[in-house]
Write a protein that binds this ligand. Structure first.
Ligand SMILES: NC(=O)c1ccc[n+]([C@@H]2O[C@H](COP(=O)([O-])OP(=O)(O)OC[C@H]3O[C@@H](n4cnc5c(N)ncnc54)[C@H](O)[C@@H]3O)[C@@H](O)[C@H]2O)c1
Ligand SMILES: CCCCC[C@H](O)/C=C/C=C\C=C\C=C\[C@@H](O)[C@@H](O)CCCC(=O)O
Length: 259
């Protein structure tokens, strides 16, 4: 991967579980792409303080706007000369405006992956790289309060595994993996209390809280550790990494299909 080169990253969906302070990369160049200006500027300020100015750029962008997303990738490459690592992390939890949830959580992950390949795949004459698509344990444990969120997170796994096979078979030089955290202590968790987000499913908010109590809530530092492993282990492609309080970082295994 690009990690050894400390090559440029693009991180889509910045708040990203407060991840940046937990990445310990000696030489880092990163584009933080987020809709929220305040969040993006805070991330960049953290990166400036940690790694020195000039290593990061904040690009305000709604990942559901195709042209803006394409521009964000181009600006990153213009600034840093190349791209090595892409993390499709932006996600929302909105069952009321569920079409938007599909756009952000699934369609934009697909677009982000295709754009990443344009800038990294050997198919396009580029040098290779690595992509992480962020799903959720919601894809494995269904719950009544988030049907569309859950569907998008299933979709991210299916898309990523199929693309990883394509990448291996056609020698893209790009590894594509998926990360499935359980509950993580970020602002997203609080959206389950809001009718504006949950619509009629808000009535299940107590069930949701019970699940959080049962399964526990992860700290963002463990998510950063999982991402670093996906980035730095050259053997991983099409892997489905799960992160839970009970088992920590581990991988989902699939039974081979019988004929
Ligand atoms: N927090 C959890 O419990 C949890 C668990 C499993 C998976 N996840 C996934 O992790 C990822 C990050 O979530 P989080 O918990 O850090 O949430 P968060 O709300 O704290 O951060 C998500 C970020 O994405 C940005 N974003 C939202 N819509 C956007 C858009 N259209 N364009 C650009 N940026 C946009 C937000 O501004 C925010 O900064 C999501 O994909 C989420 O589904 C979260
Ligand atoms: C409001 C939106 C926030 C997102 C919530 C998040 O995406 C959903 C998480 C859902 C479930 C988490 C379950 C965790 C379970 C584990 O601790 C574990 O017991 C499951 C073991 C299964 C395994 O690891 O193989």
């Amino acid at each position: 991967s690009g990690l050894q080169r400390g090559g440029p990253w693009i991180f889509l969906g910045a708040q990203g579980q407060g991840l940046f302070q937990d990445f310990c990369v000696p030489v880092l160049q990163v584009a933080v792409v987020d809709l929220n200006k305040t969040v993006g500027e805070q991330c960049q300020a953290q990166l400036d303080a940690e790694f020195g100015e000039g290593r990061s750029v904040f690009i305000q962008c709604d990942v559901t706007h195709g042209d803006a997303l394409r521009d964000a990738f181009q600006r990153t490459v213009d600034q840093f000369g190349r791209l090595d690592i892409v993390i499709n992390n932006a996600g929302i939890n909105n069952e009321k405006n569920w079409e938007k949830t599909i756009q952000v959580n699934l369609t934009s992950v697909i677009k982000g992956t295709y754009l990443a390949l344009e800038h990294m795949s050997k198919e396009y004459g580029k040098q290779g790289g690595t992509i992480i698509n962020v799903s959720s344990m919601a894809a494995f444990l269904h719950s009544p309060h988030q049907p569309v969120y859950t569907a998008t997170k299933h979709g991210v796994i299916g898309f990523t595994r199929a693309m990883a096979d394509a990448a291996a078979q056609d020698d893209y030089g790009v590894r594509i993996n998926v990360l499935c955290p359980a509950f993580v202590d970020t602002p997203l968790l609080h959206t389950v209390e809001e009718e504006d987000n949950m619509g009629k499913f808000v009535k299940f908010k107590d069930d949701f809280k019970q699940s959080m109590n049962k399964f526990g809530v992860l700290q963002p530092s463990l998510i950063a550790e999982g991402m670093m492993r996906l980035i730095s282990d050259p053997s991983l492609n099409g892997a489905v990494m799960k992160i839970t309080c009970a088992k920590g970082i581990h991988f989902h295994t699939y039974e081979p299909m019988s004929a």
